[in-house]
Ligand binder design. Structure first.
Ligand code: MG
Length: 223
């Protein structure tokens, strides 16, 4: 079984530990990537700076920062007319591929969070808006290997993946992440390691808000 697949192919059947109670025995857990498992902010902002430089377009890094987590094309649409978005995305990815490995770091507790899910006999799945091409170097830089990887999914698309996987929880740093979990009937776990506050995450439906994934294993085991 390969670690990184762009599309789902397995339905986990398990051997039925039959623990009967608690979330940890009952299904996979989904994780967002950017600013949940990894600090990709420096590489993202540096890549946008290169796009601005190469195209002579003014791009406000604070505005980009406030929306971190949306699809690249959706962010670029704030700065470029529709017919120029694809070319800008190409420039961005060229720089991101170069910058992701040296500039990406793993966030506190990320390895432990994935390990906690696996220790319960469940799959730790990453569902991200990132392109597969950009997710690869980011994961390598962070030393993270998901049981399955779903790319180019944002908002309601994340909900669709979560529902298909019968995920019991989705962990993310943005209000749309929380909304996706709610929509999929999964527990919405917010982390404030991204651009959003606990209040904003709670307002979007977070069941629980953690300062970082360092608190995840204890929460997961008790949930
Ligand atoms: Mg994120």
């Amino acid at each position: 079984m390969t670690a990184m697949r762009p599309r789902p192919t397995v339905e986990f059947t398990g051997s039925g530990p039959g623990d009967g109670g608690g979330m940890s025995g009952s299904g996979p857990v989904g994780f967002d990537l950017d600013m949940t498992l990894i600090n990709s902010r420096p590489a993202i902002l540096a890549s946008f700076a290169e796009v601005a430089r190469e195209t002579g377009t003014s791009i406000d890094p604070d505005a980009v920062d406030r929306r971190l987590g949306v699809k690249l094309e959706d962010e670029l649409a704030f700065w470029f007319p529709p017919e120029r978005v694809a070319a800008a995305a190409e420039i961005y990815r060229r720089h991101y591929l170069r910058l992701a490995e040296p500039m990406t770091t793993v966030l506190p507790g990320a390895h432990e969070a994935l390990a906690a899910v696996r220790a319960a006999g469940q799959r730790a799945v990453i569902i991200t808006a990132k392109h597969l091409m950009s997710a690869g170097p980011s994961l390598r830089a962070a030393g993270l290997v998901p049981d399955e990887l779903f790319t180019l999914a944002h908002g309601p698309e994340k909900a669709a993946v979560l529902r298909r996987l019968k995920a019991v929880a989705y962990v993310g740093d943005t209000p749309p992440d929380m909304a996706a979990a709610v929509q999929a009937g999964a527990r919405a776990v917010g982390v404030t390691t991204g651009s959003f506050t606990g209040e904003e995450l709670a307002g979007a439906g977070a069941d629980v808000v953690l300062d970082s994934l360092a608190s995840f294993p204890a929460w997961y085991r008790s949930a």
